[in-house]
Design a protein around this ligand. Sequence first.
Ligand code: ADP
Length: 473
Amino acid sequence: MTQPIELTAPNNTTYLQPTRPFINNEFVLSLSGQTLSTVNLFVESVIVSVSSAGPDNSDLAVAAAQKAFKSSEWKSVTGYDRGVLLTRLAELCDRDKHILATIDAWDNGKPYEQALNEDLAEVVSIFRYYGGWADKIHGQTIPTSDAKLAYTRHATIGVCGQIIPWNYPAMMAAWKLGPALACGNTVVIKEAEQTPLSILYLATLIREAGFPAGVVNVVNGPGATAGASIASHPGIDKIAFTRSTITGRAIMKAAASNLKTITLETGGKSPLVVFEDANLDQAVKWSHVGIMSNMGQICTSTSRIYVHDSAYETFVNHGPQVSAAQRDRILRYFEAAKKEGATIVLGENQPPNNAKGYFAHPIIFKDTDRNMTPEVFGPFVGIHQQDAIDKANDTEYGLGAAIFTENITRAHTVAAAIEAGIVWINSSQDSHFAIPFGGYKQSGIGRELGEYALSAYTQVKVVHVNLGTWLQI
Ligand code: ADP
């Protein structure tokens, strides 16, 4: 395979698409000899075949990152200069945002406008934001007595392995690269096998920005081979991962081999609670945003909605289902849930079989538990009044939660009681690069974004200085 290759994307952008692993600032041959194909999801045709890195490539990438980490070329780059490099990278991403957005729209299937105005806007902001932090990472002095000086240094960790998902390809890369590089680490990053293209393009910009060879290395490939070899690699000091809880667990297990520092942003099943005093127009609008954004492919999607009885009729005011088959499916689940013993509040009076239109009347179970609510794709919701908080917390996950109320006291007391890393009051899915992101329980470990992400990419060293001998003079 020649490399890179010229591609014309759907909006007629022509660009050079790298297709090989990126190690030591070069696109290198894959040692596995295997390829993976990225697919145009609209027409199911292959966009391009990308070389798939095997464990041998991971070894080379880790060796390059280790060498760069120890090299004076990278060590002598001051915090201020790392900030300059990141800011330059932000400018290059801004310059090429149409190409990057085109690639992600193509590779991931998301609308181009969304890729451009949301994902790429955030990529640029994140590199600028962490460029700003790079020379502001410092420790504390801790006074204890006149005889002693103690201070902390927020030191680099070393080689960071980063494994990212397919739902926001370039953006997830920026979330992870920004703080890691601001703190002075080196990186081996693996993008998801479904969406490898934008990160490989980003690698060309990293090189152009002036990052020394080996500071950022990109390996393509499947999770079971390329991903697993990073998670278990003894030369990697930290692992950061985003996506499913199951894979997160496997990565954590593999990372235990050399006690890697770990950051996991895993799954969610986030609640959205609408109280009786909520502004219903807002609640409906954000409920839609909360589950439909990015085609529902967000780990913080608010996929469990709890609505107070008095607001319910207005909240679910809705039209027919998409087909007779879908309406029948909803009604079949309804019958099955009844058989499982659910208590029905509303929904017994469904339209007769010969009624016109594919309508299913709203169905409410008072005591719905998780086992009784499969994914139905219809007006099928559990209602809980007294126990909104208990129900909201009745999940192994704890990533996001949305609350709708106009009562300021209730808003803050419920926000405090909800077991989730992110709570939205009167919205859903709000996110900002300056605000930490991450979950409780099975939704992850550690926080990304904001100043908090810096602690995920530094380790604290404490220095004790004995001044006692001078005091005796
Ligand atoms: P999905 O099920 O949506 O594909 P995953 O959590 O399996 O989500 O994948 C997210 C990322 O984790 C991808 O980059 C994938 O290649 C990687 N991955 C999958 N399995 C493993 C594994 N066992 N070890 C390391 N990385 C993995």
